[in-house]
Design a protein around this ligand. Structure first.
Ligand SMILES: Cc1ncc(COP(=O)(O)O)c(C=O)c1O
Length: 385
């Protein structure tokens, strides 16, 4: 089942990294739920010695996601944060990283509270303004870490221009592609060196596994990440690897529906009298709509919208029935949340205000239910505002 070099996206999602199981021909990669492997004789084995280092189910997933993102190799971790932690190990004491200002709250917390203890410094800048990024570069800068769209206010970074800038200054460009998914955008095609995902989100897609992955393009980074994955040991377990592999098979068709429902819900909210503003890159009112059309294939299922006050947000969120009030995103079911008190609670209030994460902001991860049912639920909940 060899993929041809011109295989297209859905075909890659289904087949990359996967071969029929060598012992039985099983078409689905089995869950190799084992901690070790029996060796034929001293020093003679089948390439598998210990399951932190090697696991066929994890390897199948890593090959699959490397193919999907168009990278050379991928490494799967126990969570998206563990994947970001592995990227963090590429820097050492004295190094500096430039980060998208409104990055995911957990990423900010890890950089700000953990990596600064190792004498790594950070500048948080609006990466939609590359002049601002360039001004933040110092002789110690090693990496530009961007999220596009950002969580939750959906600012975009021009990936091709960011890669050009990073490489001109000999920096790595790392992209957290969790929010968009590789169906919507593949940063390596624009020049990124590293792409990471919380596989918890669109790649798995079914809200039943926590995991992360880093995709790399340069041999030196691949060698380092393989070493760190094994030596720090925050690997993705075989059952979770199998669940994500099952998820990536349907990534393309799920994303088509997320894109269609996302745009339709954003258009619905944009003209709703109770909604003051909608953040969605697929609306012509988004300040980077032209960039979104150039860089993204569809605009994804993530929307944030402003209701004006905590009380208004509370009334709406307490009234939803079909949409689930829950953290996380990228699952088949519609999830709705309140960034200021949920996903971004670890960001200090003053900083949240600067980032536009107001108390009246609501985030929705539009699922793949029938559009009419999502709209009806949002409509009845907005009636309570
Ligand atoms: C954009 C983004 N990056 C990284 C993470 C962290 O991933 P995980 O929760 O799998 O550790 C999240 C989690 O919500 C996220 O939204």
């Amino acid at each position: 089942m060899k993929l041809s070099s011109d295989a297209r996206f859905s075909t890659i999602c289904l087949h990359a990294g996967q071969e029929p199981d060598p012992s039985t021909g099983a078409i689905v990669t089995p869950i190799y739920q084992t901690s070790t492997y029996v060796q034929q004789e001293l020093g003679v084995h089948k390439g598998f010695e210990y399951a932190r280092t090697q696991n066929p189910t994890r390897f199948a997933l890593e090959g699959n996601i490397a193919g999907i993102e168009g990278g050379k190799a991928a490494f799967a971790f126990a969570s998206g944060m563990a994947a970001i932690g592995a990227i963090g190990t590429m820097l050492k004491a004295g190094d500096h990283m430039i980060v998208s200002r409104n990055t995911y709250g957990g990423t900010f917390r890890y950089f700000d509270k953990v990596l600064t203890r190792a004498a790594i410094s950070f500048s948080y800048v609006d990466t939609s303004d590359l002049d601002e990024v360039e001004r933040a570069i110092t002789p110690a800068t090693r990496m530009l870490f961007v999220e596009t769209p950002t969580n939750p206010v959906m600012h975009l970074t021009d990936l091709a221009a960011a890669a050009e800038l990073a490489h001109r200054h000999d920096l790595r460009l790392a992209v957290d592609n969790t929010f968009a998914s590789p169906y919507v955008q593949r940063p390596i095609e624009f020049g990124a060196d590293l792409v990471m995902h919380s596989t918890t989100k669109y790649l798995n897609g079914h809200s039943d596994s926590v995991g992360g992955v880093v995709v790399a393009t340069r041999d030196v980074d691949i060698d380092w990440l393989r070493f760190v994955q094994n030596s720090a040991g925050a690997i993705l377990g075989p059952f979770d690897a199998w669940l994500v592999l099952r998820g990536t098979k349907t990534l393309a068709i799920r994303m088509e529906r997320h894109n269609a429902n996302g745009l339709a819900v954003a258009e619905y909210l944009a003209i709703h009298p109770k909604v003051r503003h909608v953040h969605y890159p697929g609306l012509p009112t988004h300040p980077q709509y032209a960039l979104a059309r150039r860089q993204m294939h569809g605009f994804g299922g993530m929307i944030a919208f402003e209701l004006g006050s905590l009380e208004a947000a509370r009334r709406m969120l307490n009234a939803v029935r079909l949409c689930a009030l829950a953290e996380s995103l990228g699952g088949v079911e519609t999830l709705i949340s309140h960034p200021a008190t949920m996903t971004h609670a670890s960001v200090p209030p003053g900083r949240r205000a600067e980032l536009g994460i107001t108390d009246g902001l609501v985030r929705i991860s539009v699922g793949i239910e029938d559009l009419e049912d999502i709209r009806a639920d949002l409509g009845q909940a907005l009636d309570r505002v």
